[in-house]
Design a binder for this molecule. Structure first.
Ligand code: MN
Length: 129
């Protein structure tokens, strides 16, 4: 049985393939969006269990995607994990301010990524009772 559906918003195919490999091996189903607007639309239409968002995305960046996900009542409470090469403290702060629950730096530590994802999925289960 699937542990949940995760939307990966990532424009770099190599990163996407790696992330997908680790998440699916851990029991998750994944689907992909490659631009900010595509990711936002997929989040609202398909309401995944969790969103992984790259912050540097074409057309609309990951901070704006996160804010818009938070503004929509269908998706306002989705767990969101930022995955980014932008690792200055200010970038982390902006990601959290935009509404991300967790922040994972690139190059990706997949143990940390799975830890964050599993932790947020557990939190969702508890909240739903
Ligand atoms: Mn990118």
């Amino acid at each position: 049985m699937s542990k949940g559906r995760i939307l990966i918003i990532e424009d770099n195919m190599d990163n996407h393939e790696l992330i997908r490999f680790f998440l699916e091996r851990d029991g998750y189903d994944t689907f992909l969006a490659m631009t900010g607007p595509e990711g936002l639309q997929a989040a609202i239409k398909q309401v995944p269990d969790l969103v992984l968002v790259d912050l540097a995305l074409p057309i609309m960046d990951g901070w704006d995607v996160t804010r818009k996900i938070r503004e929509n009542e269908k998706t306002a409470r989705l767990p969101i994990v930022a995955v980014t090469a932008r690792t200055m403290p200010i970038d982390r702060m902006r990601a959290i301010e935009a509404g991300c629950d967790e922040y994972i730096a690139k190059p990706i530590d997949f143990v940390a990524l799975l830890g964050a994802v599993n932790r947020l999925m557990e939190r969702t289960k508890r909240t739903r009772g």
